[in-house]
Design a protein around this ligand. Sequence first.
Ligand code: ADP
Ligand code: MG
Length: 355
Amino acid sequence: RGHLRLEGVTKRFAGDVNAVSDVNLDLERGKLLGLLGPSGCGKTTTLRMIAGLLPITSGRILVDDDDISLRPPHQRDFGLVFQNYALFPHMTVAENVAFGLDMRRVPKAEARRRVAEALELVRLPGYGERKPREMSGGQQQRVALARALVINPRILLLDEPLSNLDAKLRDEMRREIREIQQRLGITTVFVTHDQVEALTMCDVVGVMSGGRLAQIGTPEDIYERPASLFVADFVGRTNILDCEVLNGHRVRLGDGVYSCAATTIRPGKAKVAIRPHRINLTPHRDRALLSTSTNSAEGRVLRTTYVGDIVQYDIDIGGPTLQVETPTHGRGLAVAVGDKLLCEWRPDDMLVFER
Ligand code: ADP
Ligand code: MG
């Protein structure tokens, strides 16, 4: 129960704009999929099509091999949570949570029991008689979650549910939602523009760009093996630099020639991506210690920025400027503007993409 498949799902609004183009994905039951992408890339449109709130232009949506593409929302048995909670202000918390049960004509006594269970699940036992406005944003979002879950939905759909919460609460709610999702084993699609949210909460991440699924994979796939420059740039911090491919494993970057991860991109101009925290800084005099398989470049520190948990350095390596990050503690390297240092990084951490 709850295996979700999208086949060529497309949405064209009036005016010939494809808001979503040919989205294909297969989500195993019980898994949490994050749809990640910048504003306007088609996340909400995709979610609304899955929910049945928006008709699809072409393609198919299947749940447990059952084609539900044309089924109205209330017959899909999906639970929905939105960014703005969308609670009914004049109803109590219990009435809000019971809404889906009343619609389904669940007997009163059973409804009362299930509402109490759902409020227990979201850690709001005893809050049933309150009005939404008497509760904090985080509590209101928990009520919305209880309302979505009380019907035992086949699939849970969440559209940026944490975006209205402050950072600390958001972090807490991420864990809580993930915990509930795993406990219930409920197939879930979670829309977010926040890469940390997608990487930390999800089993599978689908990165969207311009209405298309740019890449789908585990958080590690997405972060370590981005399929395109867009994904490398959007997920995590990355140096993106102009380079020239010399052959399948060598690139020129400014004045230097370096080893890169194996590439099939033909010789010529390209882009290279290197994560700032994958670059090590060592004092100039340690050069003899470097292994030959590691890239190294002499650099001059242009700028240092203290960020708390990390320090960021802008380093001129003879043409391009590299951004490098090191943890604040544990390195013991005192670096100041103007210092000369060696930057070193592994070929595998140097990914080449078409321009
Ligand atoms: P996201 O949720 O990723 O921010 P949306 O799915 O809301 O993006 O929107 C994707 C694209 O579709 C945007 O360009 C948006 O302007 C357009 N769009 C969304 N809803 C409509 C609509 N009802 N009519 C016309 N265009 C729309
Ligand atoms: Mg949206």
